[in-house]
Design a protein around this ligand. Structure first.
Ligand SMILES: [Zn+2]
Length: 323
């Protein structure tokens, strides 16, 4: 299984690790058994989209902030002073700017935090906890490239991440977001073994769904993400897809408008070290103002955990199915 998956890793991943070309067998040489084994290993199952959200709301808005900070620089073991300083901006400046905006609008968010990031700046826990509205969730130990690790190493890092996050925040996290939004062949089994209630790294829908493993239900809620709903690639001034912040706000507003029209969910991923810059906060505030003005009481602002527990209850996930 592992060797099959290694053959189909995307180019961005292949660029990060040496892969022997001789091991690559192109898809047209695969049997359908191999194709089915690979596509069914982790796949979207039944939709968990409720007919309405709490209070009769038509759309759920879930804002998340991945407080990666210096771990992005540390994870490959080759940090530089300049890059570390760029990442420190997240904890030093960006986070408080984000928290002030959320406070001003009295809306909740989920903070996915690599444990090492929190250990470097422990004060983040109190600052995030202060309003009582926000959630802490797991985002790896040091933003490790989990899909390149053997089971024992990946598992040990997630266990350690959960324990440390629990100790430093005072609450045990129930949600997981994979660093860099990808699974190894073992990630889903690790999440199941550790009792995670939801996951938020996969992309098979705009609405919540149950994750299947080898074709069977897992009882884990997926709250799907998308790269167009992530600030990191669109705001990378050295990247090929850089957009100016007000254009990005337009993309997100269009995504929200369709979510409202279709009655589903809007999940946005941001990073304090990215969105926390002044010109980008203008874009985020534009989005929030738009959602409030257009959505009004048809919007349910929620943490990922609250949304996950709501759809779990609505769909009786994890309970014996009635016949
Ligand atoms: Zn991250």
């Amino acid at each position: 299984m592992r060797s099959i998956l290694l053959l189909i890793l995307p180019a961005s991943i292949l660029a990060q690790q040496p892969v022997q070309q001789s091991r690559v067998k192109p898809g047209w040489q695969w049997t359908m058994d191999s194709v089915n084994t690979v596509v069914n290993a982790v796949r979207a199952g039944r939709s968990l989209q409720p007919s309405s959200w709490p209070g009769g709301a038509r759309v759920a808005v879930l804002l998340s902030f991945d407080a990666d900070n210096e771990t992005i620089s540390l994870r490959y073991g080759e940090p530089t002073v300049g890059h570390l300083s760029q990442m420190q901006y997240g904890a030093r400046v960006g986070l408080d700017r984000v928290l002030r905006l959320l406070d001003r609008h009295a809306i909740p968010a989920t903070f996915f935090i690599p444990s090492v990031s929190l250990a470097i700046t422990p004060s983040m826990a109190d600052r995030i906890r202060k309003s009582g509205r926000h959630e802490f969730a797991v985002h790896g130990w040091i933003h490790e490239m989990n899909m390149t690790l053997p089971d024992s190493v990946e598992r040990a890092l997630v266990v350690r991440a959960v324990d440390e996050l629990t100790r430093m925040t005072g609450t045990r996290p129930t949600g997981y977001r994979a660093p860099s939004w990808n699974f190894s062949p073992n990630t889903l089994s690790i999440l199941r073994d550790l009792g995670f209630r939801y996951e938020s790294s996969l992309m098979a829908d705009d609405s919540p769904y149950e994750i299947l493993q080898d074709g069977k239900p897992t009882g884990i809620v997926e709250l799907p993400v998308e790269w167009i709903l992530d600030d990191a690639p669109l705001f990378n001034p050295q990247g090929q897809s850089y957009m100016n912040p007000r254009d990005v706000a337009r993309v997100w507003i269009d995504e929200f408008d369709k979510a409202l029209e279709e009655g589903t969910m809007f999940v946005l991923t941001m990073h304090p070290h990215v969105i926390g810059h002044r010109s980008r906060m203008v874009a985020l505030e534009q989005l929030i103002d738009h959602i409030k003005a257009k959505g009004g009481n048809r919007v349910w602002w929620a943490t990922h955990a609250a949304a996950s527990e709501y759809v779990r209850a609505q769909s009786k996930l994890g309970e014996p199915r009635s016949r």
